[in-house]
Design a protein around this ligand. Structure first.
Ligand code: P1T
Length: 380
C-alpha cells in the first residue's frame, strides 16, 4: 500500500459497533465491563481509546513504523521518549532545535540528572566527538528549526549503532511524506502533529513512532504512567488532517520553492535558508535524504533588526504567529517568539539572530503570496 492510500485507509476501518465509515470520536473516559476484568480490550481512556488507537495505526503506517504512541502535544511526545533515560545518562542534541525542546532539556530534564551536549549535527564528526561512555541517545532535528540545516540521519545512525545508542529524529518539518527516518536507521521518530500532520492549525498533538518493540513498550508505559495523552476529539482532528498530508505537502513545497527563489533574487534580502535552493549548503544531502524540501524557510533582510521585526507585521496573508504547517501562511520572529526560551548569547552563537524571520508557506494561491511579499518589501 502506498503513502496516500495508507493515510486514508490504515486504522480507518468501519466502526465495528455501528458500521460508521468514519472512525467515531469515542468521547468516553471509561468502559463498562461485563464482569471484573472481562471487557473488550478497553478499560480506561488514559490507557486506551479507540479513536486514539485508530490515529496511532494511521501514523505508524505513514512512517513505516510498527508502533506509534499519540500524545497531547509534540512536547509530550518528546518528553515520553526522554522518559526512557535515567539519571546519569548523557544526550547529544543537534544545536538548532525548537526552543521548547531546548527548554525541556535544559530546564526540566537537567534537574532530573540528565546531561546534554549541543553540537552542530550537520557534522557527523562533531557528533562522534561528543560521545561519552554514558551517552545513551542522540536527538536530531532535520531540517532544523529555524535555520533549516540538514543532518545526515544515516551517517549519525551508523555512528550510534556501534554504541547501541537511541537515535531520535524530530521529523516535524519534513513530515513522513518527504522523509522516512526509520528507513535511514533512526530508532524513533517524533512529530509535533500540531504542524503538517494535523495541517489546519486547529489542534495540538504529538506522536512517537518506532520499530523497536522494547522502546515502544517503554514509551507506552510512560504514556500511561505520565498521562500526556490526546483527548478523543483531538485524536480525531489529527487523523482527519493526516488523510490529506500528501496533497498538502506537494502544494506547500511548490509554494515554498517559489517564495524562496523570489526572496533569494530580491535586493533587500540578505540570505535565504531553504534546502530546495541550490545555494543551500546541504542541498545535495537534502536531495539524497528527502523526497521533497518542505514548506518552511527562514531569511534575513538587509535592514536593521528592528525594521525586520516590524516587516513581519506588515504582510497581508502571512499571519504573524507561532507554529507552522497549517494551510495558511505564517511568519514569525524566532528570537522573540518560538526560540525566546533560549538565552540570547546561546541564540546568537547558533545563528538564530534578532534579524532572522521564518515563514511557514501555506497552500494559498502562489501569486497572492508572492505579491504580498513583493508589496511589503517595496514598502520597506
Ligand atoms: O507545540 P508542540 O505540539 O508541543 O510541539 C513542539 C515542537 C516539537 N518539534 C518541533 C520541530 C517544533 O517545531 C515544535 C513546535 N514548534 C513551534 C510551535 C514553532 O512555531 O516552531
Amino acid at each position: 500500500m502506498r503513502f496516500s492510500t495508507k493515510a486514508i485507509h490504515v486504522g480507518q476501518e468501519a466502526d465495528p459497533a455501528t458500521g460508521a465509515t468514519i472512525v467515531p470520536i469515542y468521547q468516553t473516559s471509561t468502559y463498562t465491563q461485563e464482569a471484573v476484568g472481562k471487557h473488550k480490550g478497553y478499560d480506561y481512556s488514559r490507557t486506551v481509546n479507540p479513536t486514539r488507537v485508530a490515529l496511532e495505526k494511521q501514523l505508524a503506517a505513514l512512517e513505516n513504523g510498527a508502533y506509534a504512541s499519540a500524545f497531547g502535544s509534540g512536547m509530550a511526545a518528546t518528553s515520553a521518549v526522554m522518559n526512557a533515560l535515567s539519571a546519569g545518562d548523557h544526550v547529544i542534541v543537534s544545536d538548532d532545535v525548537y526552543g521548547g525542546t531546548y527548554r525541556l532539556f535544559s530546564r526540566v530534564l537537567e534537574r532530573y540528572g540528565l546531561t546534554f551536549s549541543y553540537v552542530d549535527a550537520s557534522s557527523t564528526d562533531a557528533v562522534a566527538h561528543a560521545l561519552r561512555p554514558n551517552t545513551r541517545l542522540v536527538w536530531i532535528e532535520t531540517p532544523t528549526n529555524p535555520l533549516l540545516k540538514l543532518v545526515d540521519i544515516r551517517a549519525i545512525a551508523e555512528v550510534a549503532s556501534a554504541k547501541q545508542l537511541v537515535v531520535a529524529v524530530d521529523n516535524t518539518f519534513a513530515t513522513p511524506y518527504f522523509q522516512q527516518p526509520l528507513a535511514l536507521g533512526a530508532s524513533v521518530v517524533v512529530h509535533s502533529t500540531t504542524k503538517y500532520i494535523g495541517g489546519h492549525s486547529d489542534v495540538v498533538g504529538g506522536v512517537a513512532i518506532t520499530n523497536d518493540k522494547a522502546l515502544h513498550d517503554t514509551i507506552k508505559f510512560h504514556q500511561n504512567s505520565v498521562g500526556g495523552i490526546p483527548g478523543p476529539l483531538d485524536a480525531y482532528l489529527v487523523m482527519r488532517g493526516a488523510k490529506t498530508l500528501a496533497l498538502r505537502m506537494r502544494e506547500h513545497e511548490r509554494n515554498a520553492l517559489a517564495v524562496a527563489q523570489f526572496l533569494e533574487s530580491h535586493p533587500k534580502v540578505e540570505r535565504v535558508n531553504y534546502p530546495g535552493l541550490t545555494s543551500h549548503p546541504h542541498h545535495e544531502l537534502a536531495k539524497r535524504q528527502m523526497s521533497g524540501f518542505g514548506g518552511m524557510l527562514s531569511f534575513t533582510l538587509r535592514v536593521s533588526e528592528e525594521r525586520a521585526m516590524a516587516f513581519a507585521g506588515t504582510l497581508r496573508y502571512f499571519s504573524l504567529a507561532e507554529s507552522l504547517g497549517g494551510v495558511e501562511s505564517l511568519i514569525c520572529h524566532p528570537a522573540r517568539m518560538t526560540h525566546g526560551s533560549i538565552p540570547k548569547e546561546e541564540r546568537d552563537r547558533r545563528g538564530v539572530t534578532d534579524g532572522l524571520l521564518r515563514l511557514s508557506v501555506g497552500v494559498e494561491d502562489r501569486d497572492d503570496l508572492l505579491e504580498d511579499l513583493e508589496t511589503a518589501l517595496a514598502a520597506l
